[in-house]
Design a protein around this ligand. Structure first.
Ligand code: IPM
Ligand code: MN
Length: 356
């Protein structure tokens, strides 16, 4: 095998997700690039029991990139491996208006920023337990009012939220790299940090302080917003943002808000980097209500594929793919249902292929 041949593992995901991934994959194959696309055989029983077989892990480890659908059941343990197993800590979610798409905002052409979501820490992956045990372990931890954990009712659950220096520094540095690239392309290169440090002084305070330090050291503009205020700004004045760096759960929630402002989850791509093998997936979930109908909007998957092509060194083809998507929206003749059109998923993909 020539060593320039890239290997991409494809996981089509659960529910309606394969209906977006498989026709997108046909488009990618039709580009005739030196990429080998492999759809691994899945041991559904093992996966449903939450286990990723070692052989599958090896396959993933040996790939150049992973194209991932959306996960709810059998694909979920694979997603967990892609994130925490491979340590893909940086979740890049571009939010950009596509002319012709059905944004609910006035003047949507002002929406063009990227969300850099910390992908491993915070409240993920959910270190939870019984409050009684926490009280036993940490009776003297106090909240802002001076109330000790030991004073709490012991009937209930807790969730730990972890912000590490190392984890924050690396996401801040990733954000800065993105901002520098954007600056070269004529954007402001400003980094905005979103936290809730008015309530979470220690953990979000640390996150904010490190992001600020890293950004200012790089000589880039910086600002910070409390996350609820930031949510409003994403809707009311999205033009003020260029690069956003934020902890995990805020990024999860706000990337859906961002997607809504450009016309919905059908349009929002993401790429997850930092580990040995990056993975690329739409921001949306598995859309069980759409399963079997051939109507899911594959744009998010196609744009994610574009991010993947760029990562693999096929920047020109990534641009061609993006241009074909933009052309289709601009013309407005063949659009998916969620964008006010009548095209089935496969018809939309057919149109993209025609343009390419
Ligand atoms: C996302 C999804 C995931 C997340 C789920 C499927 C675990 O909502 O990628 O945004 O919360 O990170
Ligand atoms: Mn999400």
């Amino acid at each position: 095998m020539p060593n320039h041949l890239k290997r991409v593992l494809v996981f089509s995901g659960d529910d309606a997700s394969p209906e977006a991934v498989l026709p997108s994959l046909e488009i990618l194959k039709a580009l005739k690039l030196p990429i080998e696309f492999v759809e691994p055989e899945l041991d559904e029983k093992l996966l449903l029991a939450g286990k990723v077989p070692p052989l599958l892990k090896n396959q993933i480890d040996g790939a150049d990139a992973v194209l991932f659908g959306a996960a709810s059941r059998k694909a979920l343990p694979i997603l967990l491996y892609l994130r925490w197993g491979l340590k893909n800590y940086a979740n890049l979610r571009p939010v950009r208006h596509i002319p012709g798409a059905q944004s609910p905002l006035k003047n949507p052409e002002r929406i063009d920023y990227v969300m850099v979501r910390e992908n491993l820490e915070g409240l993920y992956p959910g270190r939870e337990g019984n409050l009684a045990e926490l009280v036993e372990m940490l009776p003297n931890v106090q909240d802002a009012t001076g109330q000790r954990v030991g004073d709490l009712s012991t009937h209930g659950k807790f969730a730990l939220r972890v912000i590490t220096e190392e984890g924050t520094r690396r996401i801040a540095e990733f954000g800065v790299e993105i901002a520098k690239k954007r600056k070269e392309q004529g954007y402001s290169g400003k980094v905005s940090c979103f936290t809730k440090l008015n309530m979470l002084k220690e953990s979000d305070g640390l996150f904010q302080a490190i992001v600020q330090e890293v950004v200012l050291k790089a000589g880039l503009p910086y600002d910070h917003f409390i996350v609820d205020d930031a949510a409003r700004r994403l809707v009311q004045s999205p033009e003020q943002f260029d690069v956003i760096v934020t902890p995990n759960l805020y990024g999860d929630v706000l990337s859906d808000v961002g997607a809504a402002t450009i016309g919905g989850l059908g349009l929002a791509p993401s790429g997850c980097y930092g580990g040995s093998v990056p993975y690329f997936e739409p921001v949306h979930g598995t859309a069980p209500d759409l399963a079997g109908k051939n109507v899911i909007n594959p744009t998010a998957t196609l744009l994610s594929s574009g991010l993947m092509l760029e990562y693999l060194g096929f920047g020109k083809e990534a641009q061609r793919l993006e241009a074909a998507i933009y052309k289709t929206y601009h013309e407005g003749k063949v659009l998916p249902l969620d964008q006010g059109g009548r095209a089935k998923t496969t018809e939309f993909c057919q149109e993209i292929r025609k343009i390419l």
